[in-house]
Design a protein around this ligand. Sequence first.
Ligand code: NAD
Ligand code: TYD
Length: 338
Amino acid sequence: MKNLLVTGGAGFIGSNFVRYMLDIYPDYHVIVYDKLTYAGNLDNLLDVKDDPRYGFVHGDICDAAKVEAVVQEHDIDAVVNFAADTHVDRSLMEPGSFIQTDVYGTYVLLEVARKFGLERVHQVSTDEVYGQVLEGSSLETDTLVTRSPYSASKAGGDLMCYAYFVSFGVPVTITRGSNNIGPFQYPEKVVPLFITNAIDDIPLPLYGDGRQQRDYQYVLDHCQGIDVVLHRGTPGQTYNLGTGVETENIVMARLILDLLGKPYSLIQHITDRPGHDRRYSLNCDKIGALGWRSRHSFEEALEKTVRWYVDNEWWWRKIKTGEYREYYKRQYAGREIK
Ligand code: NAD
Ligand code: TYD
């Protein structure tokens, strides 16, 4: 496994994964294949762009002919699929592109893998496919009870992967990661949204009572877990990747304000997200048996993340214009709870 196709590699986690893999494996070649939607950004890959082991192709995973051409031209051994529409709130506004990319696009990659006999398709999935977990923690064998168009689309992709393993012997693996935080995350997701708003003294829009819980993990821990499964995971198997520690959103918001020396009065409770999943929680014993565990505590991960956004205004200030402003207005205008 020397030539990797990283689909969606210009996004948040994909770009961190590319950097991580080029660092760890000196003899690997990595081709990023990305549609460059609003969330894809070549600034995320600036520091690897001159590496002779790296290449970029602009394309859609739904375009089978183009994916096939890239696989042939670069003699690809394995695909790691990060490409997806990823934001729950946008999936509530416009679900169609989520179904197209996250389900149909995954099918296209699986067909190409089948046709060319690739060594592996690794599907990067999410804890959200289990639906909300009010008590206990999700096991990989749990039923998928999805509640948003985003999570339903991701579950569709996962199930298609498994179907291709069973029906056609395509060697797939799946990881279901919890919420990632770290450098290069588009500031629609809650942590970079709150950090960048707080830096500018703009209110932090907290949904409902803010008591919803998420397992926030540092993005490089997640990348390392994907690497472990890619190389040592068993085809046909799914692995949860998380820290096992859940944090309430209001606690996360206050910590960000503490780290930036800003007042809690910036927190503004707003009308809740429809169908908002109250809690996610992963049981990670299965990946633990392969020797992986998350290295950063929530506090360390958040501190590193806040520091990165403070030090890298060049990256996020230009994003928070144009399309972003339109989205922000559409998503947040008139939702504040008096
Ligand atoms: P992101 O939104 O930052 O990046 C997605 C990337 O996919 C972008 O570069 C975008 O241009 C690309 N893309 C979208 N549609 C495409 C298409 N049709 N063809 C080719 N490229 C396309 O997302 P992210 O946060 O980096 O998430 C990456 C993957 O990890 C997703 O599959 C997501 O479901 C999963 N995941 C994310 C988290 C999280 O906390 N962010 C947690 C667990 C799993
Ligand atoms: P988000 O980053 O959208 O990820 P998820 O896919 O887990 O929903 O949101 C994380 C949590 O933060 C989730 O409980 C919703 C909440 N949230 C807010 O309170 N305000 C916001 O503006 C956003 C975007 C999210």
